[in-house]
Design a protein around this ligand. Structure first.
Ligand SMILES: NC(=O)C1=CN([C@@H]2O[C@H](COP(=O)(O)OP(=O)(O)OC[C@H]3O[C@@H](n4cnc5c(N)ncnc54)[C@H](OP(=O)(O)O)[C@@H]3O)[C@@H](O)[C@H]2O)C=CC1
Ligand SMILES: CC(C)=CCC[C@@H](C)[C@H]1CC=C2C3=C(CC[C@@]21C)[C@@]1(C)CC[C@H](O)C(C)(C)[C@@H]1CC3
Length: 417
């Protein structure tokens, strides 16, 4: 049986914060979906109208959602080019994970291509976003409830460091079990990278196709947003193994926050720029488009460089690509990089990610705040995430972390933050 009432410090404002987020996150998502299609598209104003339950709840939407999850689960179960080992767990064991996410993306693209050429009306998807988002939210709620119940019978060694406070709302939100699995099927790893991320680019593509139907061809702004975000998703799946060292996989339990985040929030709010462009076309000239591409390329260069440098170093510190970098030792035996990307700021990967977020919004112009929602939300998420990670690193590395902070004083943006 799981121990109750763990003494770990509560995050996200404790049970009250978790209860507020349980309501606020879905409400924000529906607000964004409604506002994006409204004429004024005012992020901060009231929604244009409140939809009736009949507009949200459609059994076919739930069926479509479950079919999508089933398809992605089937692709996950296909033979993988590689099986990777995760970080060492409390009981000293390591879990094994299939590396076939990019293969799932390519196979999904082939299936969708075949479907479209056989008459599948993909461009009708944008009209279905509201009921689909409702179905995805419902799925995430029910799924999180099942995960919570599953954790009741999990051994103590399988529980996450947070998410086991004894308060049911807080634990339901944060997630109790670290790596919930049935046989070798890992629910958190599966959800983190596949249905939501691939769903996001599919929604983007449907918006691009509908724009082509409405206006004769997709706009340059729509091409850029689709291209940038496809690069981001393709990159995540290509470097799938790197997700095994992220905070979500190593530290966070699998509860409502990640289930809703992965299955509903990512596909329906990360596609906001493309949604906005469908209803609010933005003329974009080649010179400005080139500058925006350059900004995205700089962001991607920093993001990929920093993430790959850390992953290479964590996998094999004597790899020639990182062997010359300066490091400091810690009492745990693990070393910390203090030169290269990780000597510039303490989270260079967040900096690159934020620069890309700016490039995704710029094609939408500056007439509305709405397309900049992702940048604002993401800044808040990463600042909060950075603080959580600092806390965890301080616990892990103690004095060595202090030394690293002295050596590299800025967190995300050099000389600013
Ligand atoms: N698009 C989105 O919505 C989101 C994207 N992201 C992206 O996901 C990626 C992963 O982010 P996240 O999991 O938060 O964190 P990181 O990948 O930055 O991992 C943090 C960990 O890296 C290790 N580390 C920190 N400093 C050093 C150092 N100097 N040398 C060596 N190791 C170090 C520590 O773990 P240890 O020492 O134990 O290895 C630390 O806990 C980022 O690129 C982020 O931008 C994140 C959230 C949302
Ligand atoms: C507001 C809310 C619902 C919070 C939940 C946060 C999640 C949406 C994000 C937490 C960490 C994430 C990561 C990615 C997507 C968003 C979530 C799930 C990620 C898969 C995006 C692609 C990147 O390349 C990545 C693999 C590094 C990244 C990992 C973290």
């Amino acid at each position: 049986m799981a121990p109750q009432g763990s003494q770990a410090e509560l995050e996200f404002g404790g049970p009250l914060g978790a209860a507020a987020l349980l309501l606020l996150l879905p409400a924000t998502m529906f607000h964004l979906l409604l506002v994006a299609r409204s004429g004024p598209a005012r992020l901060l104003g009231p929604p244009p109208y409140l939809p009736e339950l009949e507009e949200l709840w459609r059994p076919w939407a739930l069926l479509l959602c479950l079919t999508w999850l089933g398809l992605q689960a089937a692709l996950y179960l296909l033979p993988a080019r590689k099986v990777a080992e995760g970080q060492e767990l409390k009981d000293k064991s390591r879990l094994r994970y299939p590396i076939n996410g990019f293969q799932a993306l390519v196979l999904t693209a082939l299936l969708v291509g075949l479907g479209v050429s056989a008459g599948l009306p993909l461009s009708a998807l944008p009209e279905m976003l509201l009921p689909l988002a409702f179905a995805a939210t419902l799925t995430a709620f029910i799924f999180s409830l099942l995960l919570y119940l599953k954790a009741l019978v999990a051994p103590a060694s399988a529980l996450a460091p947070g998410g086991n406070s004894g308060n049911p709302i807080y634990d339901f939100f944060l997630g109790r079990e670290l790596n919930p699995r049935i046989c070798s099927f890992d629910f958190k790893y599966f959800c983190e990278l596949r249905p939501g991320l691939i769903g996001w680019v599919l929604i983007n593509l449907a918006l691009l196709m509908q724009e082509a139907e409405l206006r004769g061809s997709p706009s340059l702004a729509m091409w850029l947003v689709n291209g940038f975000q496809l690069l981001y998703v393709g990159d995540a799946l290509w470097h799938e193994e790197a997700v095994l060292t992220t905070m979500d996989i190593i530290h966070d339990g699998f509860g409502f926050m990640l289930a809703f985040g992965d299955l509903a929030w990512v596909p329906f709010t990360y596609s906001l720029q493309a949604q906005f462009l469908l209803y609010h076309p933005e003329p974009l000239g080649l010179p400005l488009a080139s500058v925006i591409c350059l900004i995205n390329a700089v962001g991607y260069y920093i993001f990929r460089g920093a993430n790959s440098q850390k992953n290479t170093f964590r996998k094999n510190p004597s790899d020639p690509r990182v062997a010359d970098l300066e490091t400091i030792s810690t009492a745990t035996g693990r070393r910390l990089l203090v030169s290269g990307w990780w000597g510039m700021v303490r989270h260079p990967n967040y900096l690159g990610d934020l620069i890309m977020a700016l490039a995704w919004s710029l094609p939408c112009g500056v007439s509305h705040l709405l397309p900049y929602f992702y940048l604002l939300y993401f800044t808040a998420l990463l600042v909060h995430r950075e603080a959580r990670d600092e806390q965890q690193c301080l616990q892990k590395y103690g004095l060595a972390w202090h030394a690293y902070c002295q050596r590299v004083p800025y967190r995300i943006v050099p000389y600013i933050y």
